[in-house]
Design a binder for this molecule. Structure first.
Ligand code: NAP
Length: 281
């Protein structure tokens, strides 16, 4: 039997750890599938993905900078993708492509399961208002945080993201606020860096007052790019975490959408952490 084919589509995409993660899930669950990277030209995402589907591909994950375009390609969307206005998982169903956004669920599961910090009743600062933050905000609200503040360099983008989530926050009794980076607030239990500042090697975007002693500070980046943020967090009494756990958990959600099977993640995360450490020694 020919294995089903999946890809992660992006630009750039060669660096992606998704093929390693999905291959491990497939082995562990006995699924006959192959999963590769697919580089898409910046002006050719839709054409490249359609060609892949036409050649028998079954679905794809989508990374920077195409999550908004992937949203447009989906005929049906999960409620969380509809709220994020971004799709990172496309399943090529015969009756119309299904689009989901698994980033936020992956983040929440990593925080609660791997980092051992239940979100219920916690004060959370989400730094950034781009695609990654948009995917994270709904699931953070649904997890029952008491307060979620969104701080962004461009204040208007934080305002817009917060407005879109007002009704959801009201339903869950979550205090939701948009803030500037300079006035991000103080003493949060959990601080999530969803900006591209680490990727660009830029300064830490917020003041250390945002951290309460023992806070969890998570950068969605990983490898050398996350080191600056993690060192800053530790120096200010926080527990630092990179984005590898989120990456594995969002992949597990996507794998379930593709294959209907939920893979175990702890061993895959261990293996990925070793792999990334060894690659950057
Ligand atoms: P994006 O849509 O381009 O948004 C970038 C965000 O970063 C914006 O909020 C932007 O602020 C902010 N920003 C950029 N440079 C900054 C700086 N020097 N100081 C302060 N803020 C800055 O990117 P994205 O898709 O949200 O991705 C953000 C990060 O998350 C990337 O590093 C990505 O690799 C990572 N990510 C990780 C996972 C995972 O599974 N671990 C999943 C998704 C994304 P403005 O609005 O002011 O421009």
């Amino acid at each position: 039997m020919t294995p089903d084919r999946y890809v992660v589509a992006g630009h750039p995409v060669e660096h992606s750890q998704s093929p390693f993660i999905h291959a491990a899930f497939a082995r562990a669950t006995g699924q006959a599938m192959v999963y590769e990277t697919m580089l898409c030209p910046l002006d050719g995402f839709a054409a490249t993905v359609r060609r892949f589907a036409g050649e028998g591909g079954r679905g794809c994950n989508v990374t920077v900078p195409f999550k908004h375009e992937a949203f447009e390609l989906a005929a049906r969307r999960s409620p969380r993708a509809a709220l994020a206005l971004a799709v990172n998982t496309l399943r090529f169903d015969p009756d119309g492509w299904f689009g989901d956004n698994t980033d936020g669920a992956g983040l929440v599961r990593d925080i609660e399961t791997h980092a051992g910090r239940p979100l219920r009743g916690r004060r959370v600062l989400l730094v950034g208002a781009g695609g990654a933050a948009a995917g994270a905000l709904g699931p953070l609200i649904e997890a029952g945080a008491s307060e979620v503040a969104v701080a962004n360099r461009t204040r208007e983008k934080a305002d817009e993201l917060v407005e879109r989530h007002r009704a959801l926050a009201a339903r869950h009794g979550v205090a939701l606020a948009a803030r500037t980076l300079a006035d991000a607030g103080t003493a949060y239990d959990i601080v999530v860096n969803a900006t591209a500042s680490s990727l660009q090697g830029d300064a830490i975007p917020v003041d250390a007052r945002v951290l309460r002693p023992g806070a969890l500070a998570l950068d969605m980046m990983y490898g050398p790019a996350a080191r600056g943020f993690m060192a800053w967090a530790q120096a200010h009494g926080a527990v630092a975490r990179d984005g590898l756990g989120m990456l594995v958990e969002q992949a597990a959600e996507a794998f379930e959408a593709f294959r209907g099977v939920r893979p175990a993640t702890a061993e895959v995360l261990d293996a990925l952490q070793r792999r990334v450490r060894e690659a950057h020694q």
